[in-house]
Design a protein around this ligand. Structure first.
Ligand code: VGL
Ligand code: ZN
Length: 226
């Protein structure tokens, strides 16, 4: 036969894959830039416009040239997504409802799969991007974090990707500070990554004080604010 039988398998102790301590594959290649949701709908004139959302684009383009690893997230909803106010007759955008996984803010329809609003900002430099992680495509559950859907349990697969590649130090930028950036940063800390959020490369929505609250929660989780 062409293939030799496998006589021994090297196993990696589970603790190394799941524990808080993650060893880097290489000390120089362990940093990754995570660019969160820099999409048209989160920029001025978009369906869920973040004030000054577009101003992060040139800053992120400059930053991404200094990283060997750049990963993007893309909010990617089906058109009847449960996080949309339009899916709940009588509900207004920005109101809250209780869903099976907890409180959910109801948003205007945004980042619908295949629409211009879901595309990345046209000036965002994608050349160095090695992976795009799409999220929020399950109809019945929102996904702010790049790591878990909003039940905080269903993984997106990003943690496994980063760990397998030894990318242990995350620098997070993008939109919106108080939702997808904060949720991603806090989850990354909990998963054992070293996490820095670069403030001037983020912008927030700020619903009822959510921006200040998110910075408090990020600090509590151990996120470095730079
Ligand atoms: C986001 C609200 C709804 C975000 C995504 O990218 O922060 N916020 N969907
Ligand atoms: Zn969304």
């Amino acid at each position: 036969t062409l293939l030799k039988p496998v006589t021994s398998v090297t196993t990696i102790p589970a603790a190394k894959l799941t524990g808080r301590t993650i060893r880097a594959a290489s000390p120089t290649e362990n940093r990754a830039l995570l660019v969160v949701d820099v999409q048209n709908d989160f920029c001025p004139h978009g369906a869920l416009a973040v004030p000054e959302g577009d101003l992060v684009v040139p800053i992120i383009n400059k930053l991404s040239r200094r990283f060997a690893h750049v990963i993007l997230t893309q909010d990617w909803h089906c058109d009847d997504h449960l996080s949309f106010a339009s899916s709940h007759p009588g509900s207004k955008p920005m109101s809250q409802i209780e869903l099976h996984y907890g409180l959910q803010i109801l948003w205007p329809d945004h980042c619908v799969q295949g629409t211009p609003g879901a595309q990345f900002h046209p000036d965002l430099d994608l050349d160095r991007c090695e992976m795009i992680i799409r999220k929020g495509y399950h109809r019945d559950i929102d996904s702010y974090s790049a790591f878990f859907e909003n039940d905080r349990q269903t993984p997106t697969g990003l943690a496994g990707y980063l760990r397998e590649r030894g990318l242990t130090r995350l620098f997070i930028v993008g939109l919106a500070t108080d939702f997808c950036v904060a949720y991603s940063a806090i989850d990354a800390c909990r998963l054992g990554f070293e996490v820095t959020v670069i403030e001037n490369a983020c912008r927030g929505i700020d619903v009822d004080g959510s921006l200040a609250a998110s910075w408090r929660q990020m600090a509590e989780a151990g996120v470095i604010r730079a």
